[in-house]
Design a protein around this ligand. Structure first.
Ligand code: V47
Length: 428
């Protein structure tokens, strides 16, 4: 390892990359500190000691899904008996009401999604991240109205929405059927700003068949991102690790992202802005017997992602998956970006947590500063956000947004069960 690390370090310092063989060798190393140090060479080459964060809101418009991915605890079945299912209306964290069916299924109306986005905008958010299950009945117009409604209600809010899997679903349900390029073009005209990186999981046929067989495979995922990049739409890319895949399969996944990125940088109008390694949360899924990835697996995977995907500008820790504490440590293991204030998140919840999963800006800054980094607020496209009192603007733009005065965060919960989430003490 020592000689390998020396060779790699020299090459990285000179602006070079690690080879596929080196990445495979590093995937197995027990020397996670050296791995982290190497990843930090790339991190600091690109970003120095800056660590980015953003003020955002995640909105999950439905958990009904036609897929049955084994790792997923979010989806609920949409049955023929939907008309007869009893519903109970529960008041959720932001004061709005959601009608849950007896199995916990829900869908938000366009109006409800817009109201949530507006609430976020009024509280200073620069981005909404909107994704959901593959709903068998909602028409394509629902998604168009959702984008245009948010754009009209929140003119400078960036709408980052719909994973590649949802885009493929829309192309199938649209009447008449539409190509991927047509779906993306219509969504962009309606207000879509960029696409998140979800649904990639692990690009490997064996893993696909074992953990998410009914989902489209890597060729379709890449087709959507390739088309988006050709159209000039920036996207992100994820990797879901710590379930049935091996460390070598993770490296293979990252190498495929690096290859795609190289092509986008060479010949397309947009590219991946960041890679987000997602740490598997088994709770409530059909793979609940698999132990949660350990902290060292998290750090190793984040560091490897930085080293392999050195042509992708940012490596993001989505603290919901890795925990705020581990995400903080990862800032010295290759990560340069923390997502984000989040506020509500339905797709994964740890035992005992509710949907209210939030870090305040002060908490994010404290995590970053204690890691020895300089916090910089960014928008979705990694432009600097400048704030003064209740206004914010993006560096280089000639508009500004004025929102409601900031309030001290009050404990809110989606279902009354958020006792497991203990906010960090804030001293800034
Ligand atoms: O696509 C599902 C994953 C993704 C589980 O692009 C799970 O900026 C862990 O993609 N344990 C959604 N992960 C989240 C996502 C994302 C998050 C933050 C930022 C961005 C971005 C994208 O979560 C899904 C799936 O891959 N997922 N179930 C689970 N049990």
């Amino acid at each position: 390892m020592a000689q390998l690390a020396t060779d790699i370090r020299e090459r990285l310092l000179a602006g070079g990359s690690i080879t596929a063989d080196e990445a495979y060798a590093l995937a197995d190393t027990r020397d996670v500190h050296t791995l982290g140090e190497l990843a930090n060479v790339v991190r600091e080459r690109l970003h120095g000691r800056v660590a980015y964060y953003n003020v955002n809101r995640h909105i999950n418009y439905t958990n009904y899904c036609v897929l049955r991915c084994k790792f997923c605890s979010f989806y609920r079945p949409y049955g023929r008996d939907m008309g007869e299912r009893e519903r109970s209306v529960q008041t959720v964290g932001d004061g709005s009401a959601i009608a849950f069916d007896g199995e916990g299924g829900y869908e938000l109306s366009v109006h409800e999604v817009i109201a949530r986005a507006k609430d976020a905008y009024d509280h200073g958010a620069t981005e909404v991240h909107v994704v959901g299950g593959l709903h068998p009945k909602l028409p394509f117009e629902y998604y168009l109205d959702l984008c245009s409604g948010i754009r009209d209600a929140c003119p400078h809010m960036h709408v980052k929405a719909f994973t590649a899997i949802e885009i493929i679903h829309f192309s199938r349900i649209a009447r008449p059927r539409l190509s991927i390029a047509e779906v993306l073009t219509k969504l962009r005209e309606a207000g879509l700003g960029s696409m998140p990186g979800g649904g990639a999981e692990i690009f490997d046929d064996r893993v696909h068949d074992e953990a998410f067989k009914t989902k489209v495979g890597e060729a379709e995922w890449f087709e959507v991102h390739r088309t988006a990049h050709e159209l000039g739409i920036f996207t992100n890319a994820t990797m879901l690790y710590g379930h049935v895949e091996t460390p070598l399969e993770r490296v293979k996944h990252l190498l495929k992202l690096r290859e795609h990125q190289a092509e986008s940088l060479r010949s397309r109008r947009a590219h991946f802005n960041c890679v987000i390694p997602l740490s598997f949360i088994p709770d409530g899924s059909a793979l609940a017997d698999i132990p949660t990835p350990t902290g060292l697996t998290d750090l190793r995977t984040l560091a490897l992602s930085r080293l392999v995907c050195d042509n992708v500008p940012h490596i993001k820790a989505f603290w919901i998956m890795q925990s705020a504490k581990l995400a903080q440590v990862s800032l010295n293991w290759g990560v340069d970006d923390l997502d984000g204030t989040v506020v509500y998140y339905d797709i994964t919840k740890r035992e005992g947590d509710g949907t209210h999963q939030e870090l305040t800006v002060d908490q994010l800054k404290r995590l970053i500063r204690e890691a020895g980094c300089t916090p910089v607020e960014r928008d979705t496209l990694y432009r600097r956000v400048l704030r003064s009192g209740n206004t914010w603007r993006v560096e280089g733009e000639d508009w500004e947004v004025t929102h409601e005065p900031p309030q001290a965060p009050t404990p809110r919960s989606h279902d009354g069960a958020s006792a497991g989430f203990v906010p960090l003490t804030v001293e800034v």
